[in-house]
Design a protein around this ligand. Structure first.
Ligand SMILES: [Zn+2]
Length: 274
């Protein structure tokens, strides 16, 4: 009996350690980029989407449907990827503007320069009647009983889609509510693998780094990523979502993979400075 008690205690101790380890490893530890509304891709996550257009270039109902199907595919893929790491994830999607399409004067093309407009989320929340991004985040969290959320703006324009993220030290009123701007097509007008792009950008809001060469990421790191994580969605996107995955590094960054490896930090790009 005594031995049994001791064994039980050992089992409990081991269980306790496992719980503590997995808890502390839920997200990249102490990263200033893990601090906005898109806290982590686990449990229930709310996607608030909306459509924006100009007078000269409007969404058709069919085009909107295609985008919403792409969102659903992206979310299903993300849930599957989280599942590969034994992490439960579900999404809820709501129209931030209750079905109204937001008309703006101009939608600048995103060119992947790093100098793109970053006030889209705040402007979208003002369009929805909130004072600013922080106020919108507080009210929406209360309304949906859900603090883990991001905004997804579908822009009727061509460009390189991008994420707008919050980090400690930024202005909360402007940036606390995080999100992404998804264009209809690439900046050269080419058809875009929208579901993969959406998944890639949502991963950014939860802390994932680009693994391909950008204004903030080096060719050397891209080359190494091609060796180590050739199918990672932060390295490449494509029409076949089944050929893509969230590999060890990306999964660690978003809190799915609890095992940190020494080379991970080396991949940190300039736009995710500590
Ligand atoms: Zn990216």
């Amino acid at each position: 009996m005594k031995a049994f008690v001791r064994n039980t205690c050992m089992v409990l101790t081991i269980l306790f350690q496992v719980v503590v380890i997995s808890h502390s490893a839920q997200s990249q530890p102490d990263d200033r980029w893990q601090s906005g509304s898109s806290q982590s891709l686990r449990g229930e996550v709310l996607t608030l989407y909306c459509f924006t257009e100009t007078k000269a270039n409007r969404w058709t109902p069919d085009e909107k449907r295609v985008m919403l199907q792409a969102l659903q595919q992206a979310q299903e893929w993300l849930m599957g990827q989280a599942g590969n790491w034994q992490v439960g994830l579900q999404f809820e999607a709501k129209d931030l503007l209750g079905g109204e399409v937001w008309e703006v004067d101009d939608i600048p093309t995103g060119t992947g320069s790093g100098a793109e407009r970053v006030d889209w989320i705040r402007k979208a929340t003002q369009q929805a009647g909130y004072r600013n991004a922080k106020n919108a985040y507080q009210k929406l969290s209360k309304q949906y009983g859900q603090s883990n959320m991001h905004v997804l703006i579908f822009a009727k324009a061509d460009g390189i889609s991008y994420a707008m993220r919050y980090a400690h030290g930024m202005n909360k009123k402007k940036y606390q509510l995080e999100g992404v701007l998804v264009y209809q097509r690439y900046d050269n007008g080419a058809e875009m693998p929208v579901p993969a792009i959406i998944a890639h950008e949502i991963l950014h809001t939860s802390g994932a780094w680009d693994l391909y060469a950008t204004y903030a990421q080096t060719r050397e790191k891209q080359a190494k990523a091609m060796e180590l994580y050739p199918d990672d969605i932060m390295l490449r996107v494509g029409h076949d979502l089944n050929s893509l995955k969230a590999d060890k590094l990306t999964a660690w960054l978003v809190g799915w993979n609890p095992v940190e490896e020494s080379q991970f930090e080396w991949f940190r790009p300039e736009d995710f400075k500590k």
